[in-house]
Design a binder for this molecule. Sequence first.
Ligand code: HEM
Length: 174
Amino acid sequence: MSLNAKLLRETFERAKIENGGATALGMRFYARLFEKYPAVRPLFSTPPEEQHKKLLASVASIVGAVEKPDILVPFLHAMGIRHLKYKTESAHYAAVSENLVSVLAEHLSKEGEWTEEMKSTWEDALKTVSKIMIEAAENPNKFQEELTKAGFEPNGFKKDDPRPWVAEGQSGEA
Ligand code: HEM
């Protein structure tokens, strides 16, 4: 995966401490998502106060495992397949990605810099993440062997792990 891991990590570390930290970023993510894309609101039943922790833990996992495709790719395939249960459509990924980049831009430009390079780095990363999640969501059967090997159930969940959004070897701290 030819993503700029260093810049992704640096900016994500900043996001956790600047401008109210991860909670402020996560809460703003859902406020803006529901304001700008009201059609997706009914898909969410978990309140943003809880949901944002899962989202940010998954982003922490992605950023942490970006140089480990053997862990990251099955993790993302499983996550894409789990999203079928949430009635997510492939077309929604562009909205969620746009929303995350915009919210990061707002958040990081308050106390420090937000550059064109940071923007394109996050856009590229989310494009890659979306592509991998969608490829599994659109053809789950193709990835069953890989999922089993990585310890996931056919539906993308894990039998004895209540936090499937934390990748192997990652703490899930955001
Ligand atoms: C960048 C890609 C995305 C990431 C990293 C992500 C991350 C997550 C995580 C970590 C969860 C917690 C549950 C689980 O892991 O199974 C979740 C749940 C969910 N996601 Fe996503 N997601 C992404 C894209 C989307 C898209 C495009 C939609 C469509 C609107 C969406 C809608 C949902 C819904 C509805 C839930 C369940 C919420 C609930 O429990 O009420 N996600 N997502």
